[in-house]
Design a protein around this ligand. Structure first.
Ligand code: FMN
Length: 533
């Protein structure tokens, strides 16, 4: 662009009518407003002229210009192409169908990728979701989540078989520590030679990680040992096993900082560059002949944070917490209302239901719920005692009255019924010979039910709601306050997505103006929803 040197003067020209920095006055309010309005008109460049009394909008652009920047321009264009989407953005999975069929379909219809929250659902429920989503979006875009749970390898494999049979082409793989036969099978079952020496990767994997060790597994080709076993079972062909050596496990790595649900509470600004570097190292070694994109998740609830993620180099951005308060989310109005009032600080780490024995934690909404405190109490008892019988009688009564609201024996009977109905008998067998395991399963009844009470909006259990949520929720509430999207009843995931991206584009243009040396009023560095076009 053509910027003359006067324009890039050390003491930037003032835009504001009476900038305290320069003591200048004279830019009429109307002129400043015209420039700001132009910055909000994302597709139109803003030509600038340096006048005696500051910078003003000028179509002839003698002294520089802020270029057009549409939200579609953010991120890696190959993300848009590969997934057939409009934005380098996707809505991450929310287990238990909270990222629901409705959400996936509504976002998909707008050309935005969304990942159905299959975690915690029975295979038949996942099957019906896949059928409904496919019927509504036969050509996509959509993704289905494969949430690893070390205690349920059969569920994971059954889901993958379903995905392969039904032609599900995008899987968001998460909570992995190492690779499992199921995720490797999904990836490799989609490999084909393209006839020109390349490999077609039909089954796309977006791996969500927060650590380098886990990222490494997905940046590398599938491990030989798992390939050999899949081959022996006849699940993959010898040709696919060979092709597998030439592709990484994932097409995309979503680096997740401090987020709702399972999280290492990582700082995105630290872990993103680290994993991007790791990708560069592995890609240089492996010479795949195509790139592996790195996206960013965790803490994104305002246009500023979305812009920051793209500034880190994100190929795409991912939201989670903020979508749970939207109309399409598969959870209760009671939960959405609570989420809509949350502040940034209203979150806490609490024991997780699925990896309770390992001491894993999830980030939850603290406001209005005793879940974090009560689940922690159960974990403390689990660590302190070898078996239920060792826990003092008074403590047991307390649990029965306050948490379970039923006798321990009934809780156990319900636990048995749950696992039996899912055909998952291994935990019950383990509990028979291991009293500590039995105690864990019994405590997990509360941890598991508390999510269901929240989804169902069970008012009698309102103080026990387990609602996964990160600080992004409070950030979004602050951003949306006073706008047409303040009430959760008005929030739609697609509208929020577009507003976040538009806001980021507007803010990027304001930053551009700053980079030109213009003193921009602080108030311009905020984006009010609904104002950009
Ligand atoms: N990520 C998954 O990969 N699988 C899940 O089942 C899953 N469930 C979630 C449930 C809730 C209620 C929330 C808030 C998040 C969940 N996540 C899950 C993480 C999101 O997909 C997303 O990566 C994360 O929320 C982004 O960070 P944020 O919460 O700061 O926006």
């Amino acid at each position: 662009m053509n910027v003359n040197n006067d324009f890039l003067c050390e003491a930037p020209p003032a835009l504001a009518p009476s900038s305290s920095r320069t003591g200048r006055s004279g830019v009429a309010d109307a002129t400043a407003e015209a420039l700001r309005t132009r910055l909000l008109s994302l597709g139109r460049p803003a030509g600038l002229r340096v006048a005696e009394n500051g910078v003003r909008l000028d179509e002839s652009a003698q002294d520089g210009a802020v270029p057009a920047l549409l939200p579609e321009a953010f991120g890696d264009p190959s993300f848009l192409r590969d997934y057939g989407v409009r934005f380098a953005y996707y809505a991450g999975a929310m287990a238990g169908g909270i990222n629901s069929e409705e959400m996936v379909i509504a976002l998909g219809a707008q050309g935005i990728l969304s990942s159905f929250g299959a975690g915690g659902l029975g295979v038949e429920r996942v099957r019906s979701a896949v059928a409904r989503i496919k019927a509504a979006l036969p050509d996509g875009p959509y993704a289905i989540n494969l949430l690893h749970n070390p205690g349920q390898p059969d569920w994971e494999m059954a889901c993958v078989k379903l995905f392969v049979d039904e032609g599900v082409r995008v899987v968001e793989a998460s909570a992995y520590v190492k690779l499992t036969p199921a995720i490797v099978y999904y990836r490799v079952a989609g490999l084909e030679a393209d006839g020109r020496g390349g490999v077609v990767r039909r089954n796309k994997v977006i791996a969500k990680v927060s650590r380098r060790e886990v990222a490494t597994h997905f940046l590398m080709p599938p491990p030989q040992k798992i390939l050999a076993s899949l081959l022996a079972q006849g699940l993959i062909s010898p040709a696919q096993a060979e092709l597998a050596a030439r592709v990484p496990m994932a097409d995309d790595i979503t680096v997740e900082g401090d987020s709702g649900g399972h999280t290492d509470n990582g700082v995105l600004a630290c872990i993103f560059p680290s994993i991007a570097d790791l990708r560069d190292e592995i890609a240089a070694e492996q010479r795949y002949g195509f790139g592996i994109r790195i996206g960013a998740a965790g803490g994104l609830g305002s246009p500023q944070s979305v812009l920051a993620a793209f500034a880190l180099g994100a190929a795409y951005v991912v939201t989670g917490s903020i979508n749970q308060a939207c109309r399409e989310a598969g959870t209760s109005e009671a939960v959405k209302t609570r989420l809509g009032q949350a502040t940034i600080q209203d979150v806490a780490m609490a024991p997780s239901a699925d990896m309770f024995e390992l001491g894993a934690k999830v980030q939850v909404l603290k406001a209005g719920s005793m879940y974090a405190v009560r689940a922690q109490k159960l974990y403390t008892l689990y660590k302190q005692y070898e078996r239920l019988e060792d826990i003092p009688e008074a403590e047991i009564r307390n649990l029965e009255n306050a948490l379970f609201k039923r006798p321990i024996d009934t809780v156990w009977a319900e636990t048995e019924a749950f696992f039996t109905s899912r055909g998952n008998l291994a935990p019950l067998e383990a509990a028979r010979s291991n009293p500590r395991k039995k105690m864990a399963l019994l405590f997990q009844w509360y941890l598991g039910q508390s999510s269901r009470w929240a989804i169902a909006g069970d008012t009698e259990r309102a103080v026990d709601f387990q609602v996964w949520c990160g600080p992004a929720m409070g950030a979004a509430n602050e951003w949306l306050r006073g706008s047409a999207l303040e009430a959760v009843s008005e929030r739609r995931a697609g509208v929020i997505a577009v507003e976040l991206m538009r806001g980021a584009a507007y803010l990027a243009r304001v930053q551009f103006l700053r980079h030109l040396g213009v003193a921009v009023p602080e108030s311009w560095l905020r984006y009010r929803p609904g104002t950009a076009r």
